[in-house]
Design a protein around this ligand. Structure first.
Ligand code: BTN
Length: 262
């Protein structure tokens, strides 16, 4: 189906770059827009040996959009934001769990700047929820010194929307200004990833705490070889999940899937 039939605003590189502040433009090496692609993350991972840090791409549609833990990511044409950014971190930056928390915070700030008034919830490591329904997801994939940060944001999903998902159109009851939102996203990433590079997670922690969906909840942490029940106690200064288990022992996790127990 063509975008014209869907009557959505097509993504436009000029409109997106016009929103990027001058001081942030230095970090952007290239911006590409695809009408269709298998996966924006896959594209940058394949390209990684010949593209410099700060290479960004958006797509109108993904045919093999992927999510965390081997899941697929629903990527119909013109409905959403499908975005990836390749970054090369200095060798001293190894801490991807902290980066994924920082990006969750950055996306939250983008949504607030766009005008989303509902309380945004951050579910560790980086699901973005509204009223417990998923609005956006983040997939980080690391190869050597390159990290590809993939972000999907639901803008106006085909109806009916699955109950577990939510989109921006449902909240604003207006057509989504896609280029404005895409420009805000790129601008905030270009401003804040260098900040993460120099200062780590410290500047992002307090915003995470204000939006922490899991804080104080009884949860199950699913690891590849076991599951652990406990009560969530927030995150550490480096982005690990903190849990008090059923024997009252504090445990930390840098990976795993968390589900809330009723
Ligand atoms: C999740 O499971 O929550 C992560 C979803 C990440 C989806 C985005 S869309 C752009 C980028 N390309 C992909 O194939 N996946 C990410």
């Amino acid at each position: 189906m063509s975008l014209k039939n869907l009557s959505v605003e097509p993504l436009d590189a000029n409109k997106i770059t016009a929103i990027i502040a001058t001081q942030n433009q230095v970090y952007l090496s290239n911006l590409e827009i695809f009408s269709t692609i298998d996966s924006t993350n896959q594209y940058l991972l394949e390209k990684k040996s010949n593209c410099p840090s700060g290479w960004a791409c958006f797509a109108e549609q993904q045919t093999q959009g992927r999510g965390r833990r081997g899941r697929s990511w629903f990527s119909p044409p013109g409905a959403n934001i499908y975005f990836s950014l390749l970054w090369r971190f200095a060798k001293t930056v190894h801490d991807v769990s902290g980066l994924s928390v920082a990006i969750g915070v950055i996306v939250t700030q983008v949504l607030q700047k766009y005008g989303i008034e509902e309380h945004i919830q951050l579910k560790w490591p980086n699901d973005i929820l509204i009223k417990g329904r998923k609005l956006a997801g983040i997939l980080l994939e690391k190869r050597g010194d390159a990290i590809v940060m993939g972000i999907g944001i639901n803008l106006s999903l085909p109806k009916p929307i699955e109950p577990a998902r939510i989109d921006i159109a449902e909240m604003t009851q207006q057509p989504v200004a896609r280029n404005y939102l895409a420009g805000l996203l790129l601008n905030e990433l270009l401003a804040n990833i260098p900040l993460y590079q120099t200062e780590g997670l410290t500047p992002f922690i307090s915003v995470w705490q204000q939006h922490d969906y899991l804080a104080g909840k009884k949860v199950t942490v699913h690891l590849p070889d076991k599951i652990i029940n406990g009560t969530m106690c927030g995150i550490t200064a480096t982005g690990e999940l903190l849990l008090q288990d059923e024997e009252n022992v504090e445990q930390r996790f840098s990976y795993g899937e968390v589900s809330v127990r009723c």
